[in-house]
Design a protein around this ligand. Structure first.
Ligand SMILES: *[C@@H]1O[C@H](CO)[C@@H](O)[C@H](O)[C@H]1NC(C)=O
Ligand SMILES: *[C@@H]1O[C@H](CO)[C@@H](O)[C@H](O)[C@H]1NC(C)=O
Ligand SMILES: *[C@@H]1O[C@H](CO)[C@@H](O)[C@H](O)[C@H]1NC(C)=O
Ligand SMILES: *[C@@H]1O[C@H](CO)[C@@H](O)[C@H](O)[C@H]1NC(C)=O
Ligand SMILES: *[C@@H]1O[C@H](CO)[C@@H](O)[C@H](O)[C@H]1NC(C)=O
Ligand SMILES: *[C@@H]1O[C@H](CO)[C@@H](O)[C@H](O)[C@H]1NC(C)=O
Length: 291
């Protein structure tokens, strides 16, 4: 059967295209009269102007309502997490195991603590956080009175950790059976650990396993208190030089020299029984001194 459409030559096709571009019979340009082209262009210009302004309005509203000093979404964290240093992990939990007859194993722990304590360097702290904070009271700051439109931060120095500061004993007790650990509570913007009238939050460590192997527990600063003057935290932008207050705990190990410890930050406002987050309000770790 012959093809239904007769074959067209190239010349004919070019002619067809030429007629499409400018059809002098109907006076149309690419299928539309110039007048229609003007209307359709105007329509699209108006359409894009409206769309662009709507987009800009939405962005502007978003930026206007955002406060650069506080994150918008922090609903997940109502109660702070707690961590311990040296942060040496075993199978799944923190295991602070060391060998008193092996200098290198004690050095490893001391190095972790020295590295962790770097921001707490006395000279550096007293330089960057030279505000005279009033101890025992929350440091509420409604204005940005520190230089460069920021808020003051209180100094926390390494020497506040007393016998666990690493100054008197550079081994932090890891050359014998009196190891120091450092407890830190994560920061949460605008969080006050206790109600204004209550006693300040403090760290309390209890022996879960191996009570007979722990002769003494000592806290630095005194009674393991996290002074209220370090709260509330106003965010990285408002308080660029902020450092978390720390609590060091020294355990005197005897007998088998191993124990399972739980350290909790005690306050009505800090929960510690969250099944889904074992580090909320507390930290559990194993301590073992070998020979
Ligand atoms: C502790 O270190 C000493 C000396 O390096 C070594 O002889 C001993 O086996 C180590 N103990 C353990 C439990 O690894
Ligand atoms: C603290 O910092 C100063 C100066 O930056 C330095 O000289 C000093 O050794 C540091 N101290 C400690 C304990 O790291
Ligand atoms: C900080 O305040 C205390 C108590 O008000 C005062 O004794 C001390 O001299 C002050 N220190 C400085 C450096 O201003
Ligand atoms: C551990 O180091 C401290 C400070 O350097 C020292 O006073 C203490 O005697 C040492 N203990 C042992 C068992 O070596
Ligand atoms: C302290 O705060 C807790 C939790 O927010 C609350 O249940 C308690 O009633 C408060 N106590 C006082 C004395 O305000
Ligand atoms: C620390 O916790 C233990 C066990 O929950 C409790 O017996 C002890 O009284 C607490 N110590 C302080 C100072 O709260």
């Amino acid at each position: 059967m012959a093809a239904l459409k007769e074959k067209r030559t190239c010349g004919q096709r070019c002619e067809d295209f030429g007629r499409f571009v400018w059809n002098s019979d109907d006076g149309t340009l690419m299928g539309r009269t110039p007048e229609k082209w003007v209307y359709i262009s105007l329509y699209y210009v108006a359409f894009y102007v409206v769309m662009t302004s709507l987009f800009c309005l939405a962005i502007w509203t978003l930026m206007y309502t955002l406060d650069p000093y506080t994150p918008d979404y922090q609903d997940r964290l109502k109660s702070p997490g707690v961590m311990v240093w040296p942060d040496t992990y075993g199978e799944e939990a923190v295991e602070i195991f060391y060998n008193t007859s092996d200098k290198a194993s004690g050095m490893k722990m001391a190095n972790i603590l020295n590295e962790f304590l770097k921001p707490y360097n006395d000279t550096q702290q007293l330089e960057s956080n030279n505000y005279n904070c009033t101890k025992g009271k929350y440091f509420i700051q409604n204005t940005f009175s520190a230089p460069h439109h920021t808020k003051w931060s209180c100094p926390f120095t390494q020497s506040m950790l007393g016998a666990c500061s690493g100054f008197e004993d550079p081994t932090f007790g890891y050359n014998c059976s009196m190891p120091c650990v450092i407890i830190k509570m994560n920061r949460i913007i605008n969080f006050l650990p206790t109600n204004h009238s209550d006693l300040p939050a403090y760290v309390n460590c209890t022996v879960l396993d191996g009570q007979e192997n722990v002769a003494k527990i000592e806290y630095f600063p005194d009674r393991g208190i996290m002074d209220p003057s370090y709260f509330p935290y106003y965010g990285k932008l408002a308080q660029p030089t902020y450092v978390n207050p720390l609590v060091a705990v020294r355990f005197s190990l005897v007998g088998e020299k191993k124990a399972k410890i739980q350290c909790r930050v005690v306050s009505h406002k800090i929960s510690y029984e969250n099944f889904h987050d074992p580090y909320e309000g507390k930290v559990i770790f194993s301590l073992k001194a070998m020979k």
